[in-house]
Design a protein. Structure first.
Length: 115
């Protein structure tokens, strides 16, 4: 089982990034997928989720209207489109899979928003 995040980097405030999380070793379409982030010295927090059943999405209030989560079951990949980035979005971003009590994480990708 692998979850591999990519797409992070350094971006100026107001810029955009698209994160990808490529999954392998399990039936991706059966899993509820999420993006989390962890800033230095802070707890890991939920950013966005997407259902495997109906594609329903949910977002943290801090990213609503700026971030969009999506999934492509044919490519076994979940995405996080991040627009209008702010310095406070700086963090390591992780994807997570969940099915009942089964869950696992990727290794994370760093996003830094700075001028």
């Amino acid at each position: 089982v692998r979850l591999v995040e990519s797409g992070g980097g350094l971006v100026q405030p107001g810029g955009s990034l698209r994160l990808s999380c490529a999954a392998s070793g399990f039936t991706f379409s059966s899993y509820f997928m999420s993006w989390y982030r962890q800033a230095p010295g802070k707890a890991r927090e939920l950013v966005a989720t997407i259902s495997n059943v109906d594609g329903r999405t949910n977002y943290a209030d801090s990213v609503k209207g700026r971030f969009t989560i999506s999934r492509d079951n044919a490519k076994n990949t979940v995405y996080l489109q991040m627009n209008s980035l702010k310095p406070e979005d700086t963090a390591v971003y992780y994807c997570k899979r969940r099915l009942g009590s089964i869950e696992s994480w990727g290794q994370g990708t760093q996003v830094t928003v700075s001028s």
